[in-house]
Ligand binder design. Sequence first.
Ligand SMILES: *Cc1c(COP(=O)(O)O)cnc(C)c1O
Length: 398
Amino acid sequence: MYQKPFANLSFRSQVVAGRAATDAPSNGLVAPIHMATTYTRDESYAYVSDYVYGRSDNLTLRDTEAQIAALEKGHSARLFGSGMAAAAAVVLGFDQPMHVIASSSMYYGLRNWLSGIARFGHTIDFVETTDLIAVGAAIERRPPRLIWIETPSNPLWQVTDIAAVARLAHAADAELAVDSTVATPVFTRPIELGADFVMHSATKYLNGHSDVSAGVIVAARPSELWSRIGMLRAELGAGLSAFDAWLLSRGMRTLDVRVRAQSATAADLARRLVIHPAVASVLYPGLPDHPGHAVACRQMRGGFGGMLSIRMKGGSEAALATAGAVQLWRRATSLGGVESLIEHRASMEGASEACPDDLLRLSVGIEDPDDLYADLDRAFRALGLIAGHFRDPSSDNA
Ligand SMILES: *Cc1c(COP(=O)(O)O)cnc(C)c1O
């Protein structure tokens, strides 16, 4: 079973000490993977453990959930096969038609799914949740049962004040759920700031190695809604597999060192890129002129995360050409892994105010910051973006 770490342990030690269980029969340091999908009864036809059937529950899953709940200072956690499945389970856990208020800047896949929840009888209002007056006005217009925020938000890294929105939500008798994928529990623990639920795409920083798709919801306390979310997961078979839960638990042992290194490198790159002549602006909550900096300083302790975006002076063509010219940065979607990734988000989700087409999203890995900077700088120079002679290389054959 999962070992509760000693009291008063720092987060950094807890990540390691609060690992999933040891292997009882052999006293191995690392827990085994429990693969059984069914559990036997004894002669009196009684179950001898808490487990009945694999679709509903599994020991490896529970151990990894306990590990995450402890890191988020929550009551309990449930793992799903993806971040999307985890988020959807919260919305679908509401058994009456309801109104939702959600951040207008957020992960595009979830924003899309939320835009379609009218088919479940729900209504939704996307609001600039960085603006507390706008949140208050939206609550007045139509009282929500659920407020969903993402902070820092994809791909602009806007910062929403969790404690302030929690107060507004609770005054209106609504639940607050926070997508904390980018902040990670290393820097922000939304439940300590008043959130009712924390969601992660565990595919990203929690696992950290780009080899597991997973999502998790952590609840601040037990509730009827929380039980329905658990039931839904069991009924749909949406729980994470034991093997993936084990990999996730393994990845999380290095969460603290990975995320702190990624954040320090992101901060360093942001400081260097903001004065680079090829770059129009850098979006990173750690920069003093970022509009969310003051709130980020309050609710992100010890770092501002490993994600940043740059907007190119040469527009969309310069952004795409840069993505094509880098060598160390890998051209791929997703984030939070140990390899640094570069992405032209507008190619993925279409250009919009929430995703300008001159923007490159950078997921900083654990490589040497000087190498990461040099690779970008070399690409900018090779493309003539510094001297202002940029030519789109794709037009060379014209
Ligand atoms: C990736 C991501 C999601 C979706 O998670 P999946 O694991 O891909 O389903 C949700 N929110 C944020 C912030 C993400 O980055």
